[in-house]
Design a protein around this ligand. Structure first.
Ligand code: PPE
Length: 308
C-alpha cells in the first residue's frame, strides 16, 4: 500500500500531504542528523482505536533528540496531542505513525548544525504486515549481513537517528538482492544484534533469549515481549549469543512496531526448528495481537484510545 493520506502535521499545523515539503539545503538531508519514530494504532475489540505505547514512543523520540543534541521546540505532551490530532484529521482507525524531527536550513551551512531551525512532522498512513501477511503466518528467510551493526562509539544505537539507517538500508538491500526476506546483523564483536528494523529473539528448550541492549535499539515491542513472557511464565534472558547458536535454535522471531512478531523459518539456508512458526512464537504472537487490540485488560494502560 502506498503511504498516502490527506494531511501531515508540520510544525504545528495540518497541511495537505503533497504540500509537506522541505528545501534541498535541509541539514538533515545532507548529514543525516534527524530522529524519528515508528508507532502503530490498532482498532480495538471494544470499539474505537488506540495507539500502542504512544507515550513511550514519544519519550524515545525526545531521548533520541537529546542524544544527538537536537533541542526539541515542542513538549512531549504537544507531540502526543499532535499525533492524535493527525490520526483523527485523516480518519485513520488503524495504521502506522511516523513522527520525524529534522534540522532545517537558513542560518548556516556545513557540518555544524549551528542555529538552524528544528522541524517536526507527523505522517500517518495505513500499513499492513511489514514483511507480508504470509510472513506473519509462515515465517521468513533471513541472512547474516556482510555489514556489522554500528559500534556504540561510532553511531549511538539507543537513538533512532536517520543516519543510522544507512546501515539498515545497505543490509536490507543486500538481503533482498540475495533472495532473502530480511537481514540479520552481527555486532562488531561478532554476536547477533538485530535485523535492519527489528529486534531478534531465539527459543531453545522452552527458554527465550534476546541480545542485551548494548548495540541494538531499545525496542518498545521487545520490551512488551519481555513483559509478556514474564506474565506467561516463559523464562527469558537478555544475553549475547552467536550465529551458530541461532542456527540450532528451536524457534526464532523478529519484533518491531512495523514487523510486530514475525517468525523466522530459515537463517543462512539452515532451517530453524520445523521450518515454520514455533509454538512459543505462536503463543507470543497471539498474545501480542490480543494486547494491541485491547483484548487483554491487563495491558490496557499501554493503549492510548481515540475515536475518528
Ligand atoms: N531495531 C531497529 C534497528 C529498528 O529500526 C526497530 C524499529 C526496532 C529494532 C524495533 O523497535 P520497536 O519498534 O520500538 O519495537 N523499526 C521501525 C522502522 C521500520 C522501517 O522500515 O522504517 C519500526 O518498526 O517502526
Amino acid at each position: 500500500m502506498s503511504p498516502k493520506t490527506e494531511l501531515i502535521w508540520f510544525d504545528g499545523a495540518l497541511v495537505p500531504w503533497d504540500e509537506a515539503r522541505v528545501h534541498v539545503m535541509t541539514h538533515t538531508l545532507h548529514y543525516g542528523v534527524g530522529v524519528f519514530e515508528g508507532i502503530r494504532a490498532y482498532k480495538q475489540a471494544g470499539g474505537g482505536s488506540a495507539v500502542f505505547r504512544l507515550k513511550e514512543h514519544v519519550r524515545r523520540l525526545f531521548e533520541s533528540a537529546k542524544i544527538v543534541e537536537i533541542a526539541m521546540p515542542f513538549t512531549q505532551e504537544r507531540i502526543v496531542e499532535a499525533i492524535l490530532e493527525t490520526l483523527k484529521a485523516n480518519k485513520l482507525e488503524e495504521g502506522y505513525i511516523r513522527p520525524i524531527t529534522f534540522i532545517g536550513t537558513g542560518m548556516s551551512f556545513g557540518v555544524s548544525p549551528g542555529k538552524n531551525p528544528i522541524h517536526n512532522a507527523i505522517c500517518v498512513w495505513p500499513w499492513g504486515a511489514y514483511l507480508g501477511e504470509e510472513a506473519l503466518e509462515l515465517g521468513i528467510r533471513i541472512k547474516t549481513s556482510s555489514f556489522a551493526r554500528h559500534h556504540v562509539n561510532v553511531m549511538m544505537t539507543k537513538a533512532k537517528v536517520c543516519g543510522n539507517y544507512v546501515n539498515s538500508v545497505l543490509a536490507k538491500t543486500e538481503a533482498l538482492a540475495d533472495g532473502y526476506d530480511e537481514a540479520m546483523l552481527l555486532d562488531t564483536d561478532g554476536f547477533v544484534s538485530e535485523g535492519s528494523g527489528e529486534n531478534i529473539f531465539m527459543v531453545k528448550d522452552g527458554a527465550i533469549k534476546t541480545p542485551p541492549l548494548t548495540s541494538v535499539l531499545s525496542g518498545i515491542t521487545r520490551d512488551a515481549i519481555i513483559t509478556l513472557a514474564r506474565d506467561l511464565g516463559i523464562p527469558l534472558r537478555e544475553e549475547r549469543f552467536t550465529r551458530d547458536e541461532l542456527y540450532t535454535a528451536d524457534e526464532a522471531f523478529f519484533s518491531g512496531t512495523a514487523a510486530e512478531i514475525t517468525p523466522i523459518r530459515e537463517i543462512d539456508r539452515r532451517v530453524i526448528g520445523q521450518g515454520r512458526a514455533g509454538e512459543v512464537t505462536k503463543l507470543l504472537q497471539k498474545e501480542f495481537f490480543r494486547m494491541v487490540k485491547g483484548e487483554n485488560p491487563a495491558y490496557a494502560s499501554w493503549l492510548h484510545g481515540y475515536t475518528v
